[in-house]
Design a protein around this ligand. Structure first.
Ligand code: SAM
Ligand code: SF4
Length: 320
């Protein structure tokens, strides 16, 4: 269905948990990322009910995220059930890859077509200081397995930060030479802490592109199927593409096609608006499937034309 500004809403991001096995400093800095009590998280069956209602409204592209989705027990079976819902045309998962190794076959069998893998560095020590964990080897093994598996789309997300990992941008671009992978550089958002020191880490999409252009000429590219917030580019003759994304300063509000379901059962029609629609009273108060459809329809109708930027947000709670 279309929202009040004529945008066809076809995509949903579903956060299945706010918990995570990493503590990336930019995602959960000092206490912002407090976890919801377990009883407040939707059960996987409740999420499937919401997904069925969303599919009835014409939402067809589903992405599952977190927190870290793989810390949620029963994830793969859930994905298989989600993919079978009539109207679901594509299913992708966003993950930090810590728990990925050994699971790609079952993910493909469950009908997952796309993997969004998050990796900010190829250096073990840096990985530890960014994520507060020593899971680097596990992550690399998970990413390698996914890259060799027959997923339709593999995207690799790197949060580019000045003085932390910006010197690795060329190495990430090199990955696109021989692999059909879509590397996406994400603008770092110093949410919560807008001190001079934090803001200095931010590199704009334009600056990232200028740095790459100084090394390789490239041209605009359509990138992977489906309209997302990234702008894509390709170095002539290379197999993959690279793109840039600003998670907050999205210049494409006028073409935004998505809504979000948070792990607590809130529909957010825009990443950064305060308003959300709580589906829990319907899910847990005896509401019907038609009530759910009606509530999601209302959230879509009320989707704002564009967001006003807020500094204080927590990615693990909203799902990135
Ligand atoms: N845990 C999974 C992962 O890391 O892929 C899924 C959830 S995570 C919140 C989704 C994406 O949001 C990740 O690629 C992460 O790098 C990005 N992200 C989190 N906080 C961010 C921030 N402050 N600025 C830019 N990107 C951020
Ligand atoms: Fe966890 Fe992903 Fe947030 Fe890192 S970015 S703390 S992996 S949810």
């Amino acid at each position: 269905m279309k929202d009040s500004f004529g945008r066809e809403i076809t995509n949903i991001r579903i956060s299945v948990t706010d918990r995570c096995n990493l503590k990336c400093f930019y995602c959960m800095p000092g206490g912002i990322g407090e976890f919801a009590p377990k009883s407040e998280l939707l059960s996987l069956d409740e999420i499937l009910r919401v997904a069925r209602a969303a599919a009835r409204l014409g939402i067809r592209n589903f992405r599952v995220t977190g927190g870290e989705p793989f810390v949620r027990p029963g994830l793969i079976e859930f994905l298989g059930r989600l993919r079978k819902i009539p109207g679901v045309e594509s299913l992708a998962v966003t993950t930090n890859a810590v728990l990925l190794k050994g699971k790609t076959d079952s993910l493909i069998r469950a009908g997952v077509e796309g993997m969004n893998l998050s990796l900010d560095t190829f250096e073990r020590d840096r990985f530890t200081s960014i994520t507060g964990s020593d899971c680097f080897d596990k992550v690399m093994r998970g990413i390698e397995e996914a890259m060799d598996a027959p997923f339709k789309t593999i995207k690799l997300n790197m949060v580019a930060m000045r003085g932390i990992n910006d010197d690795e941008i060329p190495r990430f671009v090199q990955l696109t030479r021989n692999r059909n992978v879509h590397v996406r550089f994400i603008e770092y958002m110093p949410h919560g802490d807008w001190s001079e020191e934090e803001v200095a880490k931010k590199i704009s999409c334009e600056e990232i592109l200028e740095g790459i252009a100084a090394l390789h000429p490239f041209e605009g590219d359509e990138g992977p199927r489906g309209y997302g917030p990234a702008r894509y580019y390709r170095i002539q003759g290379w197999k993959g593409t690279f793109g840039v994304i600003s998670p907050v300063f999205n210049p494409f509000c006028e073409r935004c096609n998505r809504i979000r379901l948070t792990s607590r059962g809130m529909i957010k029609s825009c990443l950064l608006i305060e308003q959300y629609l709580d589906l829990k009273p319907i899910l847990r108060g005896g509401g019907t499937d038609d009530d759910l459809v009606g509530a999601i329809r209302r959230a879509i109708v009320e989707k704002p034309e564009r967001h006003t930027f807020q500094r204080n947000f927590s990615m693990n709670a909203i799902g990135g």
